[in-house]
Design a protein around this ligand. Structure first.
Ligand code: 7PJ
Length: 258
């Protein structure tokens, strides 16, 4: 899964148009590099990020989904927690709703996904992006996150989303200390044994920087090591900024394991 963010450059008057053009070029590049899925995000969920309005998110995301859908047969995922954005994204032909709030952000939001055949990725997050890295705490990080994901999968099944449309994600970096993230990776098989495909997002994340003492642009090798580990522990989807490198790493992993 290749990551495409549409966040306007506030220093240019071309604003949204330019950033959409850049995002489309980025998507095209990631598809050429071998991405099976393009994940489009219009709202930053990085630690400390402020929320954006529904209209702003729609304006950023929907035209890009339409443009990619018109030109490529790649699967498209939309990284959103807003029901209106989900609705419009489904109408524009997305294949996956990737919700870092696991469909808890609004009442009855699971019904929006249930109304179509889209897949949903349910991610675990403790707290909210603005404050989640302040002091994350668990009784048992593995068991707590497993219980949350099982509760959310059941809620989604009850809302009418069939189990074969559900993907789970322990949410690396979302309300987790460095040690929490390492424990999650060490025990990732616990999640893949639940019977749902597991998505893992570790690309360039700060716990890698913390271990390696490297800036965000220097975290590729660390990210690749984790991508290989994740696949060997049963993960199905790796969300990454660096598609070409990750595709090679995972092809080699797959050649050995399968
Ligand atoms: C993730 C995500 C992740 C899923 C982001 C970043 C932060 N969606 N969206 N899993 N991370 N499903 O890429 O650093 O780990 S945004």
């Amino acid at each position: 899964m290749g990551i495409v963010n549409v966040t306007p450059d506030s220093f240019s008057d071309g604003g949204l148009f330019l950033s959409q053009n850049n995002a489309f070029k980025q998507a095209k590049q990631l598809i050429a590099e071998g991405a099976d899925i393009i994940d489009i995000g219009g709202e930053s969920t990085r630690p400390g990020a402020e929320p954006v309005s529904v209209q702003e998110e729609l304006d950023r995301v929907i035209p890009l989904v339409e443009k990619i859908r018109a030109e490529f047969s790649v699967s498209i995922s939309v990284d959103t927690s807003k029901s209106l954005v989900m609705r419009e994204a489904i109408a524009a032909g997305v294949d996956i709703i990737n919700d870092v709030m696991a469909l808890t952000g609004e009442d009855s939001i699971a019904a929006v996904a249930a109304s179509d055949t889209v897949k949903v990725c349910l991610m675990h997050m403790q707290g909210e992006p603005r404050t989640m890295q302040k002091n994350p705490k668990y009784d048992n990080v593995i068991e707590d996150i497993k219980a949350f994901l099982l509760m959310r999968t059941q809620a989604c099944i009850n809302a009418g989303i069939t189990s074969n449309r559900i993907i789970i994600d322990p949410g690396f970096g979302f309300g987790k200390t460095v040690v929490h993230n390492l424990l999650l990776m060490k025990n990732l098989q616990v999640f893949s044994q639940l019977g749902y495909p597991v998505l893992v997002g570790i690309s360039r994340k700060s716990f890698i920087g913390n271990i390696l003492n490297k800036q965000v642009t220097e975290r590729l090798y660390g990210s690749l090591a984790l991508a290989v580990l994740a696949i060997s522990k049963g993960a199905s989807i790796i969300r990454t900024h660096d598609v070409a490198a990750t595709v090679d790493a995972l092809k080699m992993t797959d050649a050995v394991l399968n």
